[in-house]
Design a protein around this ligand. Sequence first.
Ligand code: ZN
Length: 424
Amino acid sequence: MSHNHSIHNLLNIKDQNIIFDENFCTDETVKGIQSKVFHGTLTYQPEACYVCGHAFDAQIIKHGFKTSVIKMPSISGFHTYLKLRKQRYFCKHCHSTFTLKTNVVAKNCCISNNTKVAIALQAKEKISEKDIAKHHNVSHSTVNRIIDSFYEYYKPNYNYLPKHLCFDEFKSVKSAAGAMSFIFCDSETGKIVDIVEDRRLHVLKDYFLRYSKQARHSVQTIVIDMYSPYISLIQDIFPKARIIIDKFHIFQLFSRALNKTRIKVMNQNKKHYNKFKKYWKLLLKDRTKINYTTYQYHRCFKKLMREIDIIDYLLDLDPELKASYELYHTMRYCMKTKDFNLLKKALSNQQKNVSSYMKTAIKTINKYINYIENTFNYDYNNGVLEGINNKIKVIKRIAFGYRCFFHFKNRILITQNLTAIKKA
Ligand SMILES: [Zn+2]
């Protein structure tokens, strides 16, 4: 293998018209930084004049070189450049000069195409644009420009919507119009349909009206959390869709209420404070998973006890906590067995004895009770969005807060593989 071939391989250069010098690589200081500089020459006989198109003949003659310094992907951690001497020609037919082209770099650009591709691919990963820029020895705005130029601008199809949707929101960047941005996806595949800067009602209404009537009418179910503007939005814009309250949010509402009740009792009952503090998880534990058989030594009690003994002990200390506990677990049982009528009954029966936190939860649930029935009848939930939301948080954190919503949104869509790299 000739040294020429090896360098082509090392720099991942496909253009066989570039020939490397005997001393192909030198250590040089570029912009104050120790770098590796490769020296090559681009020369070949063009088929025709680039300017007038006249076929190559004796009237098109060599006319010196033009040297450009091209940024290459780094090697062994060093900034790497290619100092490329490009052959120039003079055409006597049209009296013009032209410089040979290569696919290593675009015309009038000093960043190699390989570097650009590397930057564009790295944008799919959880890494900040600042770090990408540093890694490739380019400026932050260059990274932004490359990302924007490589990826298609994402535009949803306004003539189509999936049959089953779920709505969610996330805390947006500072510059965004609303504090919360809106995201919605296909509940069956988990694929994002789009991201809207502002989740306020009038904005979402305008946004969804861009979709054709046929697309909007084809939506059958929409999973939402208990955010009331969504309900009026759906009734207006998606007249055929059933509203499903997300299962997780119902759980959360009740478990928070139970937890607050426990904390209130804990703070009033200094004698048993550490017991309420230590065994908080047991109160939320699934009834069917509680241990009724194994005795273990518990320091708080100074004796051997089963899990069920501890639960009973704590609940006997406070009737309000006990009633709230019963209601919480009845709710869980109903969700598990999909028994909506039992839940409805439970909510109306036990209201008197439960804590004020539970009463508030019941009030909220009753407000949405018609839609909660759908939660029992359909299996769709916001779980598919959870993974995406975690990723958004990471992107936001590593970027130290995107200032521009457009770039932020673009980056989310890129990491979700929703925007394809443009075909050249
Ligand atoms: Zn010419």
